[in-house]
Design a protein around this ligand. Structure first.
Ligand code: BV8
Ligand code: ZN
Length: 243
């Protein structure tokens, strides 16, 4: 596909690049997105399941949802979109990959500087003392997994209404503020504070690119917005970088 001259120039000249990815970049790996028609357990909305209230009132349902997603994640692999970002990282001295995804696919693909601002679905921690929990999660016994301190064990992800990990969040906003080129890829740009990062980049004169299957609330602010598959578009951008 054709890219604007100014984007090609920025691609070649930029030193500081930041990327924000969402569930859309993992869709081509077979990971269901959140709000798509095949969305995760579409009878529930993520805002209803990924919450402290849901976990406190129905821990079994929430654990089943996460174990179901872990099952899916264990069978999927990174796709061309993830690998293109691994290639892209090599061209820039200051490159930050901010992801809302908890599937760990960017790291598995080989990306180095990854900020997982919503946590990682493969990890568990104690709700009370925050200690990581390495044990097996077995719901068959009927009881919920407990930490030595007696606290409830939960997936180590950020739920709605919860603060994002402080260090990852501040690093993500720093990277967004200094970026000369910012890509928002495969995200509906609805969830805050992640959705504010592309706008922060824009406010600091970054050239803002959106790559998404459908328009989002961010589209009108993008310098260049393309509706298409990340797995097809990103490798074309890397080809331009290699020339
Ligand atoms: C906080 C981890 C407060 C768990 C997740 C009203 C206004 C503004 C904000 C709020 C509000 N009401 C409430 C809030 C705050 C809330 C929020 O933003 N709600 C939204 C829904 C309005 N935010 C929070 O609660 C955050 N915390 O604000 O704390 C606070 C302040 C002070 C002190 C204490 C507390 C916490 C947010 C984090 C929630 N956790 N996930 C888990 O994963 O189980 S969010 C969840 O949604 C995932 O992380 C996911 O990544 C994220 C965003 O979704 P997307 O990634 O964008 O996925 P989606 O399916 O929506 O879109 C995919 C896109 O890809 C689509 O557009 C599709 O077209 C496209 N696509 C598909 N295939 C492809 C593709 N694109 C390219 N190629 C393809 N092949
Ligand atoms: Zn504990």
């Amino acid at each position: 596909m054709e890219f604007p001259e100014v984007l090609i120039e920025r691609l070649k000249k930029a030193k500081k690049v930041a990327i924000l990815t969402g569930a859309g970049i993992s869709a081509e790996s077979g990971v269901p997105t959140f709000r798509g028609k095949e969305g995760l357990w579409s009878k529930f909305r993520p805002e209803e399941l990924a919450t402290v209230e849901a976990f406190m009132s129905n821990p079994k349902l929430v654990w089943e949802w996460y174990l179901h997603r872990r099952e899916i994640m264990s069978k999927v692999a990174p796709n061309a979109g993830h690998y293109a970002l691994v290639e892209m990282e090599k061209f820039y001295p200051d490159f930050t990959l901010i992801t809302q995804n908890v599937d760990g696919l960017h790291r598995r693909a080989g990306s180095q500087k990854v900020l997982e601002v919503h946590g990682n679905i493969t990890k568990n921690k104690c709700f009370e003392c925050g200690e990581p929990f390495e044990g097996e999660i077995n719901l068959e016994s009927g009881g919920m997994p407990l930490c030595e301190c007696g606290g409830r064990v939960r997936p180590d992800v950020v739920w709605f209404g919860e603060m994002l990990p402080e260090r990852a969040l501040s690093d993500a906003f720093d990277a967004s503020s200094r970026a000369e080129l910012f890509f928002s890829i495969g995200t509906s740009a609805l969830v805050h504070p992640a959705a504010a990062m592309p706008l922060t980049a824009r406010r600091h004169q970054a050239y803002l690119v959106e790559i998404n299957l459908e328009p989002t609330p961010l589209t009108e602010y993008a310098d260049f917005a393309v509706q298409g598959k990340a797995g097809e578009i990103l490798p074309q951008l890397v080809e331009i970088l290699k020339k």
